[in-house]
Design a protein around this ligand. Sequence first.
Ligand code: UN1
Length: 508
Amino acid sequence: MAETMTTNGTATDVQTFQNYIGGQWRDAASGETFEDRNPARQSDLIGRFPKSTAEDVDAAVKAARDAYDGWRLMPAPQRGDILRKLGDILTERKSELAHAMTREMGKPFFETKGDVQEAIDTAYYAATEGRRLFGHTVPSELSNKFNMSIRLPIGVVGVITAWNFPVAVPTWKMFPAVLAGNTVVFKPSEEAPHSGMLLVQAMIDAGFPDGVVNLVQGAGDVGQAIVEHEGTNVITFTGSTETGSHIGAVCGRMHKRFSFEMGGKNPAIVMEDADLDLALEGLLWGAFGTTGQRCTATSRLIVHEDVHDKLVDMLKARAADLQLGYGNEDATEMGPMINGKAIEKVERYVEIAKNEGATLALGGERATGDGLDDGHFFQPTIFTGVTPEMRVAKEEVFGPFLSVIKIKSFDEAIEVANNIPYGLSSAVYTKDVARAFRAMRDIEAGITYINGPTIGAEAHMPFGGVKGTGNGHREGGWEVFDFYTETKTVYVDYSGTLQKAQIDNVED
Ligand code: UN1
């Protein structure tokens, strides 16, 4: 497929892209397409992508099903070899992929390179797991009998992802799924179809057999068709809590395994003994990196009263100086928001915060001016005087929006941190070891960083949240392989006699 993308945001000609089903590039059955535009430069049309329907999903699920037997029977170390090659290909294409991703979803090039690196790490990590996938061997309670558990793949996995980590997050899902012997139907976000397509192209080039990976582009109705299709056995989803709850209801009814990563309202606690310069760097990166559009963004600063004013002044000065612009330009530190609706949502929360009595300390408006008027830019925004019961202390804004809450003690900080319906990430800045360990134990979140920002996931560590953020599963790390495998318990009786567990070996 010829690539027409240029890194400076001008398309040489507009290309129409396709779905990838059963080893073939195909248009949507409807023949319709949707447009994909650069959020920093709306006049830059990246391409047209297939507007798929349930018919395309059906073809993709059938292709995945047909490929399943061949794939599950390939020895796992050989599946791992393909993933290792995929890691090599992604390494070679790191810059190309990162530039395309920046053009499509806005975060600066230094961030999108990190996104691709996360995919590379995930590929190499999954490759090694092909030589583990351990089960257990334990003693039997009977003579001449052998007990073990083995891992088996589950079937067809439906992968539905968001646009903010359009390469890394799909790889967290697809790479362990295929390594374990499952086949995949992947629907990227309709805001990041090009990144999804380039990722699938890399997978094809690595040598996955036809039908193991299938790509179906489109919006929420396509995701719904994947969830509702009787041929998908597992659903993995990253997106809003509202959509996740809906998917969970369907999966529960249809007896599917499902894993969610959803919203967050992540706190960074800064105590009076913290290194404020360190906290400042972490807060800027946590709150305004990816323009605040991360599930793990720092959206609440919970700060001790003794250092509140000083830290807020430091934050305001640095945040006001952040260079906004197109992320493929070197000077850019913060990119655009993904679309006009996302901007409107932040604007709504600015009004809500004002009406609730919070004080606007910085920003609060669209960013306009040189190089910004053709994009969806919003100023870094900070509200002080936020109290724990305000909506801006509890609801996810998903933008460059930081709510500052003043506290008097560590106990109060923990109480405020936990006073939300979510529980993904959290951070604590302190030099007190006892406080650090209490935070690890008492903050209700899947991830706690000590003296680091709320973001910084590593591919070989479990990632996920508690409460409204998830449903008990983890991505990444060793735990994700539990999600993508079924446990089979095997008993081998070589006694040559009938032995009855719990009966023959227990005397009354
Ligand atoms: C997400 O926002 O969906 O370390 C994931 C982190 C990021 C992952 C964020 N790399 O928090």
